[in-house]
Design a protein around this ligand. Structure first.
Ligand SMILES: *[C@@H]1O[C@H](CO)[C@@H](O)[C@H](O)[C@H]1NC(C)=O
Ligand SMILES: *[C@@H]1O[C@H](CO)[C@@H](O)[C@H](O)[C@H]1NC(C)=O
Length: 470
């Protein structure tokens, strides 16, 4: 699409323009891949998990094994989507670290080609971009909306009631606006009035940022300086040391000038330039595939201990969201049974990787037999827990409830499917991609009945000793 073209010539009419445009598009096509792009973890582009989108951003991709209802007999009643915001700018903290690294390289006096090339690189990130949604992030959302409307035309239809909710973070509210715009485009085939993006999106941090409200999580994990000891140990470990030494040599710097955080910032800059500007930046040439795998593991380790299976409270704190999903599914079924219109047929909620990852862990997805630790990097080479595959930018987890006619038993009348990043996610209790709603509820009955946010998140009165239970 010409609109993403990084060349600055749009708008002028001439033959030259056509030629330039061609060069531009060729450059863009060539730049859309990097040998490192599979290793960016939570900073991965959505296109990494759906490569067909690199060719056609509105395509629904090749047909999948396992079939997507709706069939003639099954009609979708309710769709609940949990959506991570689209591609964003780096946070202020990352931008400051990058500034620090860039200054270090500019101050480098020795003749060193790699360092000089990076010193000449234009440091265009400003601290006030702080984690905001990037223009590409708006596109991520618009296009996701259009694809979902194409996939579920019966549900995402004009005149439907859409319930939008978002985390209070700017990038999530903006994502919800961009999604709304894409949805309008899909349903009405015309551009919406400018104010459509500001229509009522409910801010709901209790559901989208449950982790902030969970005292036990905040105290025992988030603000606990020793909770990330596996991550810290890996930063000092042999794999990371090898990467540091290599990068220091390339940049003609003493290894003592670098640390894991600075190298990680260089790696993230490579990913940002690719995901935001669609260019293969000189920062990428610092890293080999093997380096990238080490840095991906570092990112995954942090996700694992802070948002995944590392500590039970990470996932238990999401049971408030999990239960809300089932509450609305139950309500839709009750309404359907009494032949009432479904009050919330489409629920669209915008949050963070930190919203999706704990929920997926609560449900038991992507769990490896052994924990990810500082010293089992090699053993975890083929791990399931790879955040780049699970929660890239714009990642989405969708629950679809169906009503099926001609059911032989009352249980068969209501069925569910789950899609992660627009692909059917097989249920853990059956390995099938469709489940009777009663079977799904039965599988998760312990969480549904016994996980109470308030109790789970309460810091036990018996001070520090109780946190050992983590
Ligand atoms: C911090 O984390 C460590 C490691 O999990 C744990 O042993 C300790 O009890 C935690 N401290 C607090 C205050 O939660
Ligand atoms: C918790 O610890 C603090 C200081 O360590 C102590 O003063 C307080 O009495 C303790 N509270 C309980 C309920 O044990």
């Amino acid at each position: 699409m010409a609109s993403c073209c990084p060349c600055p010539f749009s708008g002028r009419r001439s033959l030259l323009l056509l030629l330039l445009l061609r060069v531009c598009l060729a450059r863009e096509a060539a730049a859309t891949t990097s040998h490192l792009s599979g290793y960016f973890g939570t900073k991965s582009r959505y296109e990494e998990v759906n490569q067909h989108l690199l060719r056609d951003p509105l395509s629904l991709g090749p047909p999948e094994p396992g079939h997507l209802l709706p069939s003639a007999a099954c009609v979708p009643l309710q769709l609940r989507a949990l959506i991570r915001h689209g591609t964003r700018f780096p946070t202020e903290k990352q931008i400051r670290k990058l500034g620090q690294l860039h200054r270090l390289l500019r101050g480098q006096a020795r003749a060193c080609p790699a360092a000089q090339q990076l010193a000449r690189w234009d440091m265009w990130y400003q601290p006030d971009m702080d984690g905001r949604l990037a223009p590409k992030g708006r596109l991520d959302m618009e296009r996701l909306a259009r694809r979902l409307a194409a996939r579920f035309p019966g549900l995402l239809a004009p005149q439907r009631r859409f319930a939008f909710a978002s985390s209070s973070k700017h990038r999530c509210v903006e994502s919800s606006g961009a999604f709304r715009r894409g949805l309008h485009l899909a349903l009405h085939s015309q551009l919406p009035a400018a104010d459509i993006e500001n229509e009522k999106t409910e801010i709901n941090d209790k559901l989208m940022r449950f982790f902030d409200y969970c005292e036990k999580f905040v105290t025992c994990v988030e603000e606990n300086t020793t909770a990330m000891y596996q991550v810290d140990a890996f930063k000092e470990g042999p794999e990371m040391k090898r990467v540091l030494e290599k990068i220091a040599a390339t940049l003609c710097l003493p290894v003592s000038d670098l640390n894991a955080d600075l190298v990680q910032v260089a790696f993230f800059t490579c990913s940002s330039e690719l995901s935001i500007k669609n260019v293969n930046s000189p920062w990428c040439s610092l890293f080999s595939d093997d380096d990238a795998k080490v840095l991906e593991y570092l990112n995954d380790l942090k996700q694992y201990w802070k948002r995944g299976y590392g500590y039970d409270i990470n996932s238990r704190s999401s049971c408030i969201l999990f239960q809300d999903i089932f509450k609305h599914l139950d309500k839709a079924i009750a309404e359907s049974k009494s032949s009432m219109p479904i009050s919330s047929p489409v629920i669209l909620q915008f949050g963070h990787a930190e919203t999706l990852q704990p929920l997926l862990a609560l449900m038991g997805f992507f769990k490896d037999e052994e924990p990810l630790t500082a010293n089992n990097y090699k053993k975890q080479m083929h791990r399931k827990f790879r955040s780049g595959h699970i929660v890239p930018y714009a990642s989405n987890l969708i629950f679809v409830l169906y009503h099926c006619d001609h059911a032989k038993t009352p249980e068969e009348e209501y069925q569910v499917q789950i899609l992660l990043n627009e692909k059917l996610l097989p249920f853990l209790h059956s390995e099938e991609t469709v489940s009777l709603y009663t079977d799904l509820k039965n599988h998760y009955k312990d969480i549904l009945q016994n996980c109470h946010f308030k109790e789970e998140c309460e810091l036990s009165k018996t001070n520090t000793t109780s946190t050992d239970e983590l």
